[in-house]
Design a protein around this ligand. Structure first.
Ligand SMILES: Nc1ncnc2c1ncn2[C@@H]1O[C@H](COP(=O)(O)OP(=O)(O)OP(=O)(O)O)[C@@H](O)[C@H]1O
Ligand SMILES: [Mg+2]
Length: 206
């Protein structure tokens, strides 16, 4: 769970108090209102000018960034795809953390969660934007961390795919007792999934 108190950052964020304790928290608001900045602050990719963010009651400024990010995994707004195969891309996060690599059955399971019909040995250079986004999601799912920060995970998907993939991620979060804090433009889906819906405008919680 997270809590932010008296959080100020440049002229971008000005948040008196917000807590995020529910399994599914969605952040919505107009473009440029500070959603990504707030999300980035939760795993120390950005530091506030004043105020503090607490993760499970501990001020994140005293938690080492690597340690925090092992528990709190962020999916950035722009998907990252490395040169190589689908398999290379899926296991890239685990490799960075020097962890054991899963067998193909496990990787196939993750492709199924993302509704991706791709060959694990296939090349990633010609994938569509939506496919790249889903591979990036698969990569973070494999990290199996307790908390996920997803920034517009469905932005590159058409409405039908958006719905089934978001359903799939949300079920996975619930089944595995994780927490998901998600920025999304899909307000109707956010209303359907979120136990807590945080609406932002002009750097403030409204
Ligand atoms: N490190 C930074 N330094 C200065 N300005 C920044 C920084 N990061 C973001 N901004 C600005 O802060 C504002 C909020 O950006 P942010 O990316 O948080 O918006 P957002 O709500 O995620 O928008 P979108 O829905 O378009 O992704 C924008 O005006 C952006 O240009
Ligand atoms: Mg953003």
């Amino acid at each position: 769970m997270f809590e932010a108190i008296d959080l100020k950052f440049k002229n971008i964020l000005d948040i008196e108090r917000v807590s995020m304790v529910d399994p599914i928290v969605c952040l919505i608001g107009p473009s440029g209102c500070g959603k990504s900045t707030l999300l980035r602050m939760l795993n120390k990719m950005e530091q506030p000018d004043s105020g503090a963010v607490y993760y499970n009651q501990t001020d994140v400024s005293v938690i080492a960034a690597v340690e925090l990010r092992r528990e709190v995994t962020m999916l950035p707004q722009t998907p990252i795809i490395y040169e190589g195969t689908v398999r290379d891309n899926l296991v890239a996060g685990l490799k960075l953390q020097h962890r054991e690599l899963p067998d193909d059955n496990k990787l196939q399971e993750v492709l199924d969660i993302m509704y991706l019909k791709l060959n694990l040995d296939g090349d990633t250079s010609r994938l569509s934007g939506g496919e790249k986004q889903r591979i990036s999601l698969g990569r973070v799912i494999l990290l199996d961390s307790p908390v996920y920060l997803l920034d517009e995970p469905s932005a590159a998907l058409d409405p039908a795919n958006e719905k089934r993939i978001m359903d799939s991620i949300v079920s996975w979060i619930h089944e595995n007792n994780k927490q998901l804090i998600m920025v999304t433009h899909a307000v109707e889906l956010a209303e359907e999934y979120a136990q807590q819906l945080i609406s932002m405008d002009g750097g403030k919680i409204i």
